[in-house]
Structure formats: C-alpha cells, structure tokens
Design a protein around this ligand. Sequence first.
Ligand SMILES: [Zn+2]
Length: 246
Amino acid sequence: MTDVLVHDALVVTVDDHDNVYESGTVVVEDDRITEVRPTIPDDRTADAEVVIDGSDKLVMPGLVNAHAHLESSALRGAYSDLSYGELLVDMTVICQQLAKGELDYLAEAGVRLAALNFIRNGITSVCTMDIRSELGVPILGESGLRALTGPLISDLFWDEPVESQLRRAEKFIDDHHETYDGRIHATLCPHDDMTLTRGMWESVADTAEEYDVVVHTHLLEDSVSDLNARANKEKTPSVCWTTLVS
Ligand SMILES: [Zn+2]
C-alpha cells in the first residue's frame, strides 16, 4: 500500500529533464519515492496511508548545506564584528575548551538547533566539520538528516602529535562511517590551507585513499594561504593542496 501521496503540488524535480509539474503527484512507498508525475483526478481519493493536498505547496528535492560547523551554531553572530584574523584568535580559546570536553552541552545544543532549523527550512543534507563530531552523530542520525561529518585536524593549530590526530580521525571513521542506514558519512577534515604542514596533508591524502572517504577543508580564505603554499614550494594553495588530495 502507498505510504504517502501528495497531489496537486508544484513539483520540481532533478530528473534527466529537470521536469517541473505545475500540478504534480509524488508517491512514496516503503520510504522511497516511487512515482513523480502529473496529478490525475483519482489521486485526490487515493488509497494511501497519508494523502496530502499539495495545492499552493512546493515539493522539491532537499537542499544541501555544503559547509557548516554545527557545534558552534549557538554562537552564531557572536563574532560578527571581528575580522577573520581576530575571529580565529578568539575562537581558538573556545576550540581548546571544546576539545577538552568542557563545552559538550554547547556543542550538543548547537547541533540540535541546526538540525531543527534544517528540517524546518528544507535542508536534508549537511557537510559539517567539528571538534566533538562524535557528539553530533546520534543527533544528526536520529533527526533523519544526511550528514558528512568529521573531526577537524591540524598540526599547526592543535598541540597534539600528528599521529595521534590521525588515529582519532581513523577511529571516528571506524565507529561512524555509513551508520544510521548509511546517512552518516565520516569525512577527513584537514582544517585549512593555513594551519597544516605539507606532511600532514600527505598523511591525510594517504588516509583518505585507504579508507575511501571524502576530504572536507577550507581553501583560499586568507593571504596566509599563499605564504604557506610558497613555504611548501608551490606557487598557490590551490595547486599545492588540491593536487595532493585529488
Ligand atoms: Zn568553515
């Protein structure tokens, strides 16, 4: 039996022809969309568990938030007056506290807040880089969202040996990759092109290949990136780092 049928909705697809139905029907069976087509009169009296009149409503694929730091959601706006450099300095203190587990309540609240906002606003997938990523996994998993998530690593930022950081990242992959029906994807998160040495990037590239996971980072945010690239014998950060991990 059909679980859900939405009729008479404006339906936007991303199928092979990017079809848009001004009065469309979407059928869901066993948690899968099985039909997307123009509405026919019988749809309005269909034998489905849930029938939704989609008049004046939009049905579309979920939006993707391609970059976030969900554990910091509760701090949104707190640093908006600062320059990027000032922000990094101020955030460093909070990052250290997060890493020690002193702000777990804030991290969990941030992920919950973000998940609620996403669901209310049509975002179904997120790519997030955090410090206490393991706290966010059950929240994101149980929310029904799809997430690419992982702990940030950086050998010039964290006072922690490279090997130890990589082992933590690998453990995160072992524990969480492809969990919650495959909706949680563990990622490797070298933080940026300013605070990682070339050696760390090479280790990340090796680990990404070994575990076959996505690499998520910040690129080209500041002129310091150019300086660091030149120190690593490359002309620009984009050449330096993307050749390593692509
Ligand atoms: Zn970021």
